[in-house]
Design a protein around this ligand. Structure first.
Ligand SMILES: NC(=O)c1ccc[n+]([C@@H]2O[C@H](COP(=O)([O-])OP(=O)(O)OC[C@H]3O[C@@H](n4cnc5c(N)ncnc54)[C@H](O)[C@@H]3O)[C@@H](O)[C@H]2O)c1
Length: 312
C-alpha cells in the first residue's frame, strides 16, 4: 500500500488515506482499521443526490438521457437553446431539476448554464454534451461557407466550451465515491475511484468514418473525439473522466431530418432495414450507454468512445 502516491487532496477520503499510509509504517493492523474507517467515512459523506447536466436536453437523445438520469436518481439540469422543449423534458422527470436556456456556441451562455447548475445543486457530477445540429446536405463544392461555421460552431466549439466550463467547475469539487463498500478489499481502486466528475459528449458514427454529403457534420464529430481524448488525458489525474458516444441512426428529429434530406444514393445507407440489426436505435438505447459511461460502473474508462450502431 505504501507504493500508492500520497494525495494532496484534502477530502475526507484522502485525509484518512494519508493517515493509513502514516500508520502503516508502524503497524499494518492499524492501517487496515483506518482504511475501513476511511471507507465508512466516505460513505457517510456521500448520501446526497448526484447531479447531471444535459445539453440538447429538449429533444431526442438528450431528452432520453435526462429522463434516464432521473430514473437513476440524479437531479437534472436540462439545458437547450429551445427553452420550452427543455421545460417539457423537465416535466417528465421523477427527480428535482431545472430547465436552462443555453446557446452552446457562446461562452457567456455556457458559463451561465454551469453557474445556474451549481447555484441550484451545489455541484455537477455528470454531464452529457448532447446539443448538436446536422446541417444541410450537399457535396463540399456546393456547400456555403457559413454552413460549415454553423455546424462546427454548435457541434465542435459547443462541446469545447461545455468541456471548458464543466471541467473548471469539477476541478473545484471534492472527489466522491458512490459505492465505496463494493471496493473495500481493493484499497488502490478505492483511492482512485473518487471522481470529481464524469463527462460524455455526443460524437457519431460519422465521427469514425466518412459521411458523404455531410462534410461539416462529419468533421465536427471527428473533432468531438479529439476533444474527448485530449480532455481525458489532461484531467485524468484530477479524477475527471471524459468519454464520448458514437450513435448510429437514431429515431429522433435529427434522425428524421437525415432520412428526409438524404439524396437517393444515400437512402440505402440511412434505411434502417439495411442495418445489421434491421432497425434504427431508440434514443433510450443511447441514453443507457451515456449513463453507464457517466457512472461509477467504469472507473477506469476515460478517453474512450463507445459505438452504439447496431453492428454497423
Ligand atoms: N439522431 C441520430 O441519428 C444521431 C446519430 C449520431 C449522433 N447524434 C448526435 O446526438 C446528439 C443528439 O442528437 P438528436 O438526434 O437527439 O438531435 P435532436 O435534433 O433531436 O436534438 C438536438 C437538441 O440540441 C439542441 N440544440 C441545437 N443547437 C443548440 C445550441 N446552439 N445550444 C443548445 N442546444 C442546441 C436542439 O434544440 C435540440 O433540442 C447530437 O449531437 C447529434 O449530432 C445523433
Amino acid at each position: 500500500m505504501a507504493s500508492i502516491p500520497i494525495p494532496d487532496c484534502t477530502c475526507i477520503l484522502c485525509i484518512y488515506y494519508k493517515c493509513t499510509v502514516t500508520f502503516s509504517n508502524n503497524s499494518s493492523n492499524k492501517s487496515n482499521i483506518l482504511f475501513s474507517r476511511c471507507i465508512s467515512a466516505t460513505m457517510a459523506t456521500n448520501t446526497r443526490t448526484p447531479v447531471a447536466l444535459v445539453t440538447g436536453g429538449g429533444s431526442g437523445i438528450g431528452r432520453a438521457t435526462a429522463v434516464r438520469f432521473a430514473e437513476l436518481g440524479y437531479s437534472c439540469v436540462v439545458a437547450d437553446i429551445d427553452e420550452p422543449s427543455a421545460k417539457e423534458t423537465l416535466r417528465m422527470l421523477k427527480t428535482p431539476g431545472i430547465a436552462v436556456q443555453v446557446d452552446v456556441t457562446m461562452a457567456t451562455s455556457v458559463e451561465a448554464m454551469v453557474t445556474a447548475a451549481v447555484q441550484h445543486f451545489g455541484r455537477i457530477d455528470c454531464a452529457f454534451n448532447g446539443a448538436g445540429i446536422l446541417g444541410a446536405s450537399g457535396r463540399i463544392v456546393e456547400s456555403p461557407e457559413d454552413a460549415f461555421d454553423r455546424v462546427m460552431g454548435v457541434n465542435a466549439k459547443g462541446v469545447w466550451l461545455c468541456l471548458k466550463y464543466e471541467i473548471a467547475q469539477m476541478l473545484q469539487q471534492e472527489p466522491v465515491m458512490s459505492e465505496p463498500a463494493r471496493w473495500a478489499d481493493k484499497p488502490d481502486v478505492c483511492r482512485f475511484r473518487g471522481v470529481r466528475g464524469s463527462i460524455v459528449s455526443a460524437s457519431s458514427q460519422a465521427g469514425l468514418a466518412p459521411f458523404k454529403y455531410h462534410s461539416p457534420y462529419c468533421a465536427s464529430k471527428w473533432a468531438v473525439l479529439g476533444l474527448t481524448k485530449t480532455a481525458a488525458v489532461e484531467y485524468a489525474k484530477e479524477g475527471i473522466r471524459v468519454n464520448a458516444v458514437c450513435p448510429g441512426l437514431t429515431a429522433t428529429p435529427m434522425g428524421d431530418q437525415l432520412r428526409e434530406q438524404s439524396p437517393p444514393d444515400l437512402q440505402g445507407l440511412v434505411d434502417p432495414k439495411n442495418h445489421p440489426v434491421g432497425r434504427q436505435a431508440a434514443p433510450e438505447e443511447v441514453a443507457e450507454a451515456v449513463c453507464w459511461l457517466c457512472s461509477d460502473a467504469c472507473p477506469f474508462t476515460t478517453g474512450e468512445h463507445l459505438k452504439i450502431a447496431g453492428g454497423l
